[in-house]
Design a protein around this ligand. Structure first.
Ligand code: ATP
Length: 272
């Protein structure tokens, strides 16, 4: 039996029985770590998250072979509700907040079912501490928030469920470089509070800057994996994900977690 928080072994997934989206994935998330999952469009990142969160069936997807163990338990065939109850929580791509509901109502929706009242209140207080702008706008309709603030709300809603492992699906999507830097800091802060994170990203600079370990998916297979700082130095990752003269966000520091002597950045509060 393993002591890893999450172990995916030989996972193969198809859609409609024809599209082979994942073809034998091996991936591990150690307790207390941040793991980055990189890959271009269509590589299978979202499919892996759907398999982990038990939502494949909603998309006509099916696990053909392989296994997913979470906290030592086989969850390959479990549904979403069971996942949330055991601390495995997904923040979906595209934020998916309720735009007509207030900030506070959105957060409350994230805490439903998973906690008692006082637990929910404590969780909300922690979310407001991490994102003061959400506290300021608690009574405002979520649709009026900026894109970055909506992403923070989506993450905050995920935190309301008290995750042990937070699955973040492309949180930087469509956001400005400065805001992406703040997202990276938020991921670090969440991890500092003891939550393990699987961070799915196309923005390799941000993801490798905060991750301990990284996996690169390529057409349904893991093509590279290893310590994030080492992966950031490989030719393939430099060329495919970090190259082409792309301007790196100011916070980008792929070696940040490699050297324990380096001070870790603390979260500059989300006040934009
Ligand atoms: P992106 O960054 O564009 O979201 P991704 O790495 O998350 O890409 P997936 O969305 O997991 O990739 O897609 C992997 C493969 O599965 C692609 O070939 C995609 O077309 C296919 N696919 C995804 N969802 C479905 C679906 N519901 N039905 C059929 N095929 C699907």
């Amino acid at each position: 039996m393993t002591s890893s928080l999450l172990e995916v072994r030989g996972l193969a997934v198809t859609y409609g029985g024809v599209v082979e989206a994942l073809r034998g994935i091996d991936l591990t998330v150690e307790r207390g770590s941040v793991v980055a999952l990189l890959g271009s469009n269509g590589a299978g990142k979202t499919t892996l998250l759907r398999a982990l969160s038990g939502t494949l069936r909603l998309h006509r997807g099916k696990v053909e072979s392989g296994s997913i163990h979470y906290q030592g338990t086989d969850i390959t065939k479990r549904d979403t509700a069971a996942g949330v109850a055991s601390g495995l929580v997904q923040v979906p791509e595209g934020r998916r907040i309720f735009t007509r509901l207030t900030v506070e109502e959105n957060l409350r929706a994230g805490g439903l079912g998973a906690r008692d009242k006082s637990g929910r209140e404590q969780a909300q207080a922690r979310v407001f501490e991490m994102f003061p702008v959400l506290a300021q706008r608690r009574g405002q309709r979520a649709g009026l928030l900026s894109g970055g603030e909506q992403q923070m709300l989506a993450i905050g809603r995920g935190l309301m469920a008290g995750p042990e492992l937070l699955l973040l699906d492309e949180p930087s999507l469509g956001l400005a470089p400065r805001i992406i830097g703040q997202i990276g800091e938020v991921v670090r802060e969440i991890n500092n509070q003891g939550v393990s994170v699987l961070l799915v990203e196309q923005n390799a600079t941000m993801a490798l800057g905060v991750a301990d370990t990284a996996f690169v998916l390529d057409v349904g297979k893991v093509s590279l994996s290893g310590p994030a700082a080492e992966l950031a130095q490989t030719d393939a990752v430099q060329r495919l994900y970090l190259g082409h003269g792309a301007e790196a966000p100011a916070h980008a520091d792929p070696l940040a977690k490699a050297d324990p002597a380096r001070p870790r950045k603390t979260l500059s509060r989300w006040t934009a």
